[in-house]
Design a protein around this ligand. Structure first.
Ligand code: GLC
Length: 475
């Protein structure tokens, strides 16, 4: 089967969050399973772009209202990622260092979608499936079906995978003329709450909707930033598929970013060496349990709870623990976390920013990973942590609920129900006791390290959905 994944992010070309990891890995495993898989992302000015070679396979010009943008399609020459990677180069809009956060993001991602479809419809072969990811590619299922100029590919089956339903890519009907011409009888597909809502468009028009975990699919029926009613109406074409992780990249026995590699058998001394390295770097004490947080510092991830929870946990435990935070996001949270250094130096530290290498080392060297998320469609960090023998402490929500079971129920981690400072601290206190109970602690670590979260299994579930919608006739 010929499959296209179209996305705003793909690791290692461009990463902001977990979306990149998924789009960087799922295609590789689909390819290994015998399919022809291509990934299409915008051509940002990133390190990967600068350090790799590309060839131009197509060029053209798109119209966005009264603007004309020349574009090129660049293919990474070696296919070393395990699939063909294509970049849509629109210099004026994407030759910038960041993925998101510009005033013209709507123009940027609409242009990206239009250019990608112009190219796909100009190719000699018509693909079987186009798998879109999140709102940045949400208009594609509509355009394929209804824009006149994509007549050649109008029967291609589409899937939209929702990694995060909070962000929806709204824009006003004043920008309707940006879209390629279509029969206005279909305009209703674009509308949600008096605006054009890119994610809603994708959900309405795609042949199948997937979320990145089964529990998240249940949750969005009552909490989806205004799209609850829409999700209810598309339930029959929706499925929750738990993400996998790339176990070739995330393997503590071979990971080059670690200070010391280890296996399940050697995890005790192996993890300790990594811990010593981190503790040295961040002025922490390797004799005490290390609790870490890695991720974006936003309310969605419970980032706002971290300053108070850290302070309380550190004072309650008479400085018998270490806490290390790696992340960036909300400026207020960043500054509160930075200030805490003054009160708890030697037991607490924070690295504001994003650093893939450091993240790997922290997974390896920590004893516990904190994930107090309010919303977590899947969450990959708990799976990385489990694989690296680090016990996840999570709030039961979305994919965290599907992957982490409390050790009290013979599980692999520590769970609480509320996104609150109290619940986080309660879990940290339980973790401190568990840490001292070495027999049990090691059992839980082993359970986590031997759980299979590989993509092989998961990627079959996507293929099943693709097959199902390919067989369906249009009504
Ligand atoms: C988003 C979600 C996260 C999920 C990731 C990959 O970043 O917030 O929960 O794991 O996408 O699907």
């Amino acid at each position: 089967m010929e499959i296209f994944h179209i996305s705003a992010e793909c690791y290692p070309m461009a990463k902001v969050g977990g979306l990149a990891d998924v789009v960087g890995a799922l295609p590789k495993y689909q390819n290994k399973a015998g399919h022809q898989v291509r990934v299409v992302v915008p051509c940002y000015d990133t390190k990967f772009k600068k350090e790799n070679e590309f060839e131009c396979v197509h060029w053209g010009e798109i119209k966005l209202g009264s603007f004309d943008f020349p574009f090129s399609v660049l293919k990474e020459k070696t296919d070393k990622l395990g699939y063909e990677l294509y970049l849509i180069e629109i210099k004026e809009l994407f030759d910038r260092p960041n993925v998101y956060g510009y005033e013209d993001d709507i123009e940027r991602f609409l242009s990206f979608q239009i250019a990608a479809l112009d190219w796909i419809s100009a190719r000699a072969t018509v693909p079987d499936i186009i798998n879109c990811h999140d709102h940045h590619t949400g208009v594609i299922p509509f355009l394929i079906k209804y824009a006149y100029k994509y007549d050649k590919i109008k029967n291609v089956k589409t899937v939209i995978t929702i990694h995060n339903g909070l962000y929806q890519g709204w824009f006003g009907f004043d920008k309707l003329h940006y879209l390629p011409e279509f029969d206005l009888i279909h305009v209703g597909f674009l509308e949600w709450n008096n605006a054009i809502n890119s994610l809603a468009v994708g959900i309405k028009c795609a042949h199948a909707v997937t979320t990145v975990s089964p529990s998240y699919l249940n949750e969005i029926n009552y909490s989806a930033n205004g799209l609850e009613e829409l999700f209810k109406t598309v339930r029959s074409k929706s499925q929750g598929i738990l993400n996998g992780i790339d176990i070739e990249i995330w393997d503590p026995s071979t990971d080059k970013m670690l200070y010391e590699n280890y296996t399940t058998k050697t995890s005790g001394p192996g993890k300790q060496k990594n811990k010593e390295k981190i503790c040295e770097q961040f002025d922490l004490d390797p004799a005490k349990p290390l609790f870490s947080f890695i991720g974006r510092l936003f309310e969605e991830k419970g980032g706002d709870l971290l300053p108070q929870a850290s302070a309380l946990a550190l004072s309650e435990n008479f400085e018998n623990i270490n806490i290390l935070i790696l992340g960036s996001g909300n400026a207020e949270i960043e500054s509160q976390l930075t200030q805490l250094r003054n009160d708890y130096s030697g037991n607490y530290n924070v690295f504001i920013g994003y650093n893939e290498e450091l993240a790997h080392l922290i997974y390896a060297g920590s004893d516990f990973i904190l994930m107090p998320s309010r919303v977590e469609p899947c969450g990959l960090n708990q799976m990385y942590a489990l694989r690296y023998g680090t016990v996840p402490i999570v709030r039961r929500t979305g994919g965290l609920r599907d992957t982490v079971i409390d050790f009290g129920d013979d599980g692999n981690g520590i769970c609480h129900d509320q996104a609150s400072v109290g619940d986080i601290c309660y879990s940290i206190n339980r973790a401190v006791k568990l840490y001292d109970d070495k027999v049990n602690f090691n059992k839980i670590i082993e359970r986590g390290m031997t759980t299979d979260h590989s993509w092989e299994r998961v990627c079959e579930e996507y293929i099943k959905i693709y097959n199902l919608i390919i067989q369906q006739n249009e009504v």
